[in-house]
Design a protein around this ligand. Sequence first.
Ligand SMILES: [Cu+2]
Length: 265
Amino acid sequence: MGSEDADANPGDGEGPVRAVTVGPFAIDRHCVTNDRFAAFVEATGYQTDAERFGWSYVFAKFLPGELRRVSPRPDITPWWCGVRGAYWAAPEGSGSGLSGRGDHPVVHVSWADAVAFCTWEGARLPTEAEWEYAARGGLEQARYPWGDELTPGGEHRCNIWQGRFPSHNTAEDGYVGTAPVTAYEPNGYGLHNVAGNVWEWCADRWATDHPESGAKGTNRVMRGGSYLCHDSYCNRYRVAARTGNTPDSSGGNTGFRVAWDHRDE
Ligand SMILES: [Cu+2]
């Protein structure tokens, strides 16, 4: 687990490369889709954190002009807008919807929302070690879930940013925003889109020093990178890359996949 890549972000705690043991577990081949999350909400009436707060982060370029102008932006990541009314079923705020995106990953879900969904399904979030073990697809210390080359034979294998970030996405990989959860070829274990598309919540608390007794902070781990990742700014679509966020945070590029204790199937 982990990497000692020279181009890892120094504060991310990817390394050192270390042996980690995981027990038997099952993990979904792909992220939870909008359709699947809708069934959960329909059955339970669950309200997400973004709905309770009344807003969530949306990539500025996805917004119509007026909404883009009135929505506040963080100083250090000004390509994000805090958009009133943005939540999983209205990913670009009021007036937007999920038409044509039923099989895309649900986004604008917080860590707490993801846990609520998992609990309802009798499942759980993967631990970070389980996630990485599954994402590597049986390859040892490869850079990506499919090998060391980003586009083997010129073929795109994941949904990230091409062009100049954050002004121009050429979408050579086929997508500007989210892609269907089963887009691109799966890795050696049959998992789709572990790299790119949307960040995926893990169960673990965030730390960079990998304490054996588990981290104590409040932030939670996210893995995999998203459609906004580009090597000029954030190359966290490498399989060992990691980041974290507060458990009530949500945004238009964060989703999750579900895991289970071992089951026969
Ligand atoms: Cu990134």
